[in-house]
Design a protein around this ligand. Structure first.
Ligand code: SF4
Ligand code: SF4
Length: 376
């Protein structure tokens, strides 16, 4: 499996964001966890935790609010501008997520401010409002990720619990491709999360991605956790006085993929890799699993060895819809109403968590996280 991001794309990004490119190259020479940088390379901004969908498997279910909720968990435009400014001054990368970011009522003002600040920015969307904001997206973003769970309306709409969502998303993607014309940016990526219900549909999604002429298709393995992980995590928090919530989807052991389903999944994915060898579509599994790893991964086994040091606590901060600033897995290191991002990044709480990760004391929640390379 190789990443097909072309030299042309890399040069376009480097020309547009030279300081980001210099930092990126310097991190290739000296790994980020061996440095003490004073500002994160990546800021993930949950501009709103409101969403216009209500997917049954949403991993942000606890923090996500619906339209009718009294507490919308949404930042104000001024808060958002403050975060954009600080991120842009530090030549870091901004990743806008939700809830549904395009559902934020002043999203046009956010796009204008992003353009004014010439910041390298990515946005993840469920696609329902893509068509409406296609022009702004093309003018502003460097990357866009669009969730798609099925290659036809029946599979996608059923999984999402939202009738008509497939057609809206596909029309939106077509509009983006049309408006981008011969330009390289934004890079358009479709993201599919594997579930029991779409294994047999993966090849159809692959063909659809090719037909739509998107740049990348990310196949995400389901990031789930079970009661054992919760119990181990609680012990970890007591022992090390650090760590917190678990991100991901809780499932009970009865809902694991069966051996037959796992075998089918391996076969389908291998077929897709074979097909993609002769195509310009970049197919990226996340995380990368060897065939033998699929069974223990989907049976919820804890890996014996972790072969990498996670970069996230050394490179990334999350700003949540209620203003909390989070390092990883609910470890709160400040709040935007009291601290700027640099203060949060340099806080004692952040340092304590990084120390644990540096000492290979991964939290039990880390075992089900996609950021690590592991062996069962
Ligand atoms: S679209 Fe995303 S944020 Fe909204 S409910 Fe679905 S998974 Fe959750
Ligand atoms: S591996 Fe652990 S520290 Fe790294 S992103 Fe995942 S949960 Fe966070």
């Amino acid at each position: 499996m190789h990443n097909k991001i072309s030299l042309n794309i890399k040069l376009t990004l480097a020309r547009k964001f030279p300081y980001n490119a210099i930092k990126f190259l310097s991190d290739k020479v000296i790994p980020i966890h061996n440095k003490n940088i004073t500002f994160p390379r990546l800021v993930v901004l949950y501009i709103t935790e409101l969403c216009n969908m209500n997917c049954p498997y949403c991993i942000n279910k606890k923090s996500r609010k619906t339209k009718t909720s009294p507490n919308s968990n949404t930042l104000s435009l001024n808060d958002i501008k403050k975060i954009i400014k600080e991120t842009s001054i530090n030549s870091s990368f901004l990743y806008i997520v939700g809830g549904e970011p395009l559902f934020f009522k002043e999203i046009n003002e956010v796009f204008s401010y992003l353009k004014e600040n010439n910041i390298c920015v990515s946005l993840t969307t469920n696609g329902l409002l893509l068509e409406r904001y296609a022009s702004e997206i093309i003018e502003t973003l460097s990357f866009i990720s669009i969730s798609l769970d099925g290659g036809n309306a029946n599979v996608h709409d059923t999984l999402r619990g939202s009738l008509g969502s497939f057609d809206k998303t596909i029309n939106g993607i077509k509009e983006l491709i049309k408006k981008r014309g011969n330009n390289i940016l934004p890079i358009i990526k479709i993201v599919t999360v594997i579930t029991k219900s779409n294994i047999k549909n993966l090849i159809e999604i692959y063909n659809l991605c090719k037909e739509l002429r998107v740049d990348e298709w990310q196949i995400s393995h389901n990031c789930f956790y079970d009661q054992d992980v919760i119990n181990n995590n609680n012990t970890f928090i007591k022992t090390y006085k650090s760590g917190k919530n678990i991100e991901g989807q809780f499932i009970d052991t009865n809902s694991y993929l069966s051996n037959e389903e796992i075998t089918l999944l391996i076969n389908e994915i291998n077929k897709i890799f074979k097909l993609s060898e002769t195509s310009s579509l970049n197919v990226t599994p996340y995380p990368i699993l060897k065939d033998d790893d699929f069974y223990p991964y989907y049976q919820g086994k804890i890996p014996k060895n972790i072969n990498s040091l996670c970069n996230d606590p050394f490179s990334r901060l999350n700003v949540r819809g209620n203003g909390d600033v989070e390092l990883c897995q609910g470890v709160i290191v400040g709040n935007i109403y009291e601290n700027n991002l640099r203060e949060c990044w340099l806080s004692k709480e952040a340092d304590d968590f990084r120390k644990l990760i540096r000492d290979n004391k991964f939290t039990p929640a880390c075992h089900r996280c996609c950021e690590l390379k592991f062996n069962f």
